[in-house]
Ligand binder design. Structure first.
Ligand code: AMP
Length: 505
């Protein structure tokens, strides 16, 4: 094995992969002898210890107030606030614990083989993650004691791992339906180089929505006048959601399955058929189909369903037979649907990318242009009022920079505001309402200049999707960083890293 690692920090499960002697990616099993580790953290009240993975997941039903799951969905939530055992916990910290668990388990395995501990890794992120969520993910990696070599878009990682399996010369779509997120990407592999043509996604759609729909249906069928939403946060709700997930998975294998619920100490049993399950979740599948069409529409070059040679299913929820059935119907069977170990493909692709970054010549796939999933712009006055003019578009390559020029509006001005907005539009102009202000700074050159003096705003997005802004006017140049809520300063990172290093998770 080589010292290169890729980690899929998933919403529901996480996974770590390396490259074997044969140059092919291999997943490193965890200490439970499983390929993936549940992304769940349990904080024990008495011992102040944390448990991550299967142990935490199985304790979830018993102590929901001490358990954190689906934290990745909260990476983009600046208002996330949660206290466990009287202490605030942040998405960065929880993500760091999950990363530490997968790395520690892999290290334990490696130590038996006399191998050195893991230091560097590529970590994957959903393609639709904006600059802030990417910075937070990177910081989580650092707190877990890793040097983060790169952040790689998940669908790109999946495609890299399939690169050796007959995608050359093809335009294909990656349909990634995980536990809490949905990602769609259109890519092309030419001469071993992978280019992203389009990405779209919904970070609030995933397998758990199928679980909730199934649970709500079962509650209603059992004559209980409650929905999951009414009781979420309660112990019963967490346990019943797990029961719904078990039933859902069984329905992927059989035509019928029974859900076992316990509500207010009373047991309920309900048999559910696959066709009923498919009916009650039809709208969820449809919204993924709509997004496939949207991804075609916003692609870097005009694309129709006929241009797609293949669709690859990734993510645990792709195991549901309804997904394959509905996609085949929509895309008229001209396509071949493939499923290669969907829940491991992302980590394997990340390991391939890590190997390539560390100079491994044997790897026969490489990353071409990847894409960002957000546009970045600044506010301008127009006849219709204040609008956002996008400086970097989501359809631009991920690694991209552009300059915006404007002028001072008052005589003798000594400073100007430099603001940056993030949005998902593919248009050069977008309303303020559809954008989020992510940076609001002042560039001060401290001497009066005539009205109409040029101000230069330079926006740069690096290959990790992290954005930097430079402002320049009348001889003064300043680099601004985006204030990412929840991001820690270097001392805090160091302190947390030390505290985590001594923890057994
Ligand atoms: P991921 O985030 O890719 O690990 O996907 C996890 C999601 O896949 C969870 O919602 C699981 O319930 C779901 N999942 C895993 N296996 C199956 C299966 N056989 N049938 C239906 N859903 C599944």
């Amino acid at each position: 094995m080589k010292d290169v690692f890729g980690i899929d920090l998933g919403t529901t499960n996480s996974c770590i992969s390396t490259i074997g002697e044969d140059g092919l990616p291999v997943v490193i099993k965890n200490l439970d002898d499983e390929f993936t580790t549940p992304s769940v953290v349990y904080y024990d009240e008495e011992s102040d210890e944390c448990y991550v993975g299967r142990e935490a997941k199985s304790g979830m039903g018993g102590a929901p107030e001490q358990t954190i799951a689906f934290i990745k969905r909260e990476m983009s939530n600046p208002n996330y606030s949660r206290e466990v055992n009287g202490k605030p916990v942040s998405p960065v910290e929880v993500s760091a614990l999950i990363l530490k668990k997968v790395v520690d388990d892999a290290n334990e395995q490696r130590s038996y083989e006399g191998l050195t501990p893991i230091r560097k890794a590529v970590i994957t992120v959903p393609a639709y993650f904006g600059a802030m969520e990417r910075e937070l993910t990177k910081q989580a990696g650092e707190i877990a004691g890793l040097e983060v070599l790169d952040l790689l878009n998940e669908p790109t990682a999946a495609a890299l791992s399939y690169g050796t399996k007959g995608l050359e010369g093809k335009t294909f779509m990656i349909y990634d339906l995980g536990g809490g997120t949905f990602d769609i990407s259109i890519m092309r592999m030419k001469d071993g180089v992978l280019t992203t043509l389009s990405t779209d996604g919904d970070h609030k759609l995933g397998g758990v929505d199928w679980d909730i729909a199934l649970l709500d249906f079962a509650l209603q069928s059992c004559g209980l006048d409650v929905t999951y939403d009414d009781i979420k946060g309660e112990r019963d709700a967490a346990k019943m959601l797990l029961a719904a997930e078990v039933c859902k998975k069984n329905l992927s294998k059989s035509d019928k399955a029974t859900i076992k619920l316990i509500y207010k100490r009373k047991p309920y049993l309900k048999e559910i058929s696959r066709s009923v399950f498919e009916e009650i979740t039809e709208d969820l599948v449809e919204s993924t189909i709509d997004m496939m069409h949207h991804a075609l529409k916003i692609a870097r070059e005009p694309l129709t369903p006929a241009d797609i040679d293949e669709i690859i299913l990734v993510g645990g929820s792709s195991y549901m037979p309804m997904i394959k059935k509905r996609i085949l119907k929509e895309f008229n069977c001209q396509l071949r649907l493939d499923m290669f170990e969907p829940d491991r493909a992302v980590a394997q692709g990340a390991a391939l990318h890590a190997a390539k970054l560390q100079g491994d010549e044997k790897i026969n796939v490489a990353l071409g242009e990847d894409m960002g999933a957000r546009s970045y712009g600044t506010d301008i006055s127009t006849e219709e009022g204040i609008m956002i003019q996008n400086i970097l578009l989501r359809t631009d390559p991920l690694l991209y920079e552009n300059t915006f020029y404007f002028t001072t509006s008052n005589e003798g001005q000594t400073s100007a505001s430099i603001s940056l907005y993030e949005n998902t539009s593919t248009d050069p102009y977008v309303s303020v309402k559809k954008s989020t202000l992510i940076m609001d700074k002042t560039l001060a050159w401290n001497h009066p200049v005539p009205k109409g003096t040029e101000i230069i705003m330079h926006v740069n997005r690096n290959e990790e999707g992290i954005v930097h802004v430079t402002g320049e006017c009348s001889g003064k140049k300043e680099e601004f960083s985006i204030e990412t809520k929840g991001l820690l300063d270097p001392q805090e990172v160091e302190a947390m890293k030390l505290s985590l290093a001594s923890k057994h998770v």
